[in-house]
Design a protein. Structure first.
Length: 315
């Protein structure tokens, strides 16, 4: 784009010199080149301030470490890597035998305690038995019911299901391995497909011109020649670089960006289902503010040139 602007500028200067027969000397050449520097610098600085672009943008997503609620041997893994799943689909199964035995034992004890409670109530009515026995048996029944609920929960936990719509990646577990209820030992990693968020990082200089609702455009290296419409959905009100906490870090783009870059969340306004765009793909973003509209067209041209360059630009 810079070359196009310079070509147009120098062509215009050449026409002016020819029409008005301006002599070519050191002052003429200096004036022409100085004008080129001022023109190009002003245009580029205005674009960067009023209609900024970012080459550091990508889609982010939330992953969930799948950890079993109970300890046991994995006996079945019906799920396949990177195959779409619905909420509640079975991920894997744990051997239920010890937990089923515990449920059966508690159920038998509960049935017996309930029978004794019923007999004690009848005895009190008929022969005036001790009411203390009723209270004791009621307490025993309540305790066994609670234990049975816990045992039934453990038994149900032997079947681990998908927590949301998504897919499983990083599946290294095989039948015969032990699943343990520790967060540091996940059985598999689940990708939540409904959590994908597109974020672009911008320097702080143009942030006064980026507002929620601003029009934006996005290009992907893997889809050359196409420009997709988007809008600014949210500006994060705090940066992780300023956080003072010893417990948990905030989200930060500092691994990809210089410190101090501001994350801007965008929403794509076009149907992207026909394109293969892996979650986490990077992109180039341009945001158009409501000021300096006459420069906006240049940013749009630049972005489209960048998109067409992807046809011949390979890493």
């Amino acid at each position: 784009m810079e070359l196009i602007l310079l070509t147009i500028y120098f062509s215009f200067c050449w026409v002016i010199i020819k029409i008005f027969k301006i002599p070519i000397n050191q002052w003429t050449i200096t004036t022409v080149f100085l004008g080129a520097v001022i023109m190009l610098g002003s245009i580029l600085m205005s674009m960067a301030y009023f209609h900024p672009s970012s080459k550091v943008a990508r889609s982010y997503f939330v992953s969930t470490d799948i950890v079993s609620n109970v300890r046991g041997k994995v006996i079945e893994i019906p799920v396949q890597t990177n195959v779409p799943l619905k909420t509640g689909d079975i991920l894997f199964k744990i051997d239920p035998v010890p937990y089923q035995g515990q449920v059966d034992t508690l159920q038998a004890q509960l049935d017996f305690s309930r029978k004794r409670l019923e007999d004690s109530r009848k005895l009190v009515k008929l022969a005036g038995g001790a009411k203390f026995d009723i209270d004791q048996y009621e307490k025993e029944v309540k305790s066994l019911e609670g234990q049975l609920d816990t045992a039934q929960f453990n038994l149900d936990s032997c079947i681990v299901r998908a927590p949301a719509d998504g897919f499983v990646t990083h599946l290294m577990t095989r039948p015969g391995q032990m699943a343990v209820p520790f967060p540091i030992s996940p059985v598999m990693t689940f990708i939540n497909s409904d959590t994908e968020t597109f974020i672009a990082g911008f320097s702080q200089e143009p942030m006064q011109n980026i507002k929620i609702g601003n029009e934006a455009e996005v290009i992907y290296p893997g889809i050359p020649g196409r420009v997709f419409k988007a809008k600014v959905a949210q500006l994060l009100p705090a940066l992780a670089e300023g956080e003072l906490s010893a417990k948990k870090d905030m989200f930060s783009l500092s691994k990809q960006l210089p410190q101090g870059y501001i994350p801007v969340i965008l929403t794509l306004e076009e149907d992207m289902s026909e394109f293969y765009i892996p979650m986490g793909s990077d992109a180039v973003v341009a945001i158009y503010s409501h000021r300096a509209h006459h420069i906006q067209i240049l940013r749009r041209i630049l972005l489209r040139i960048e998109s067409w360059r992807n046809f011949i630009h390979f890493h």
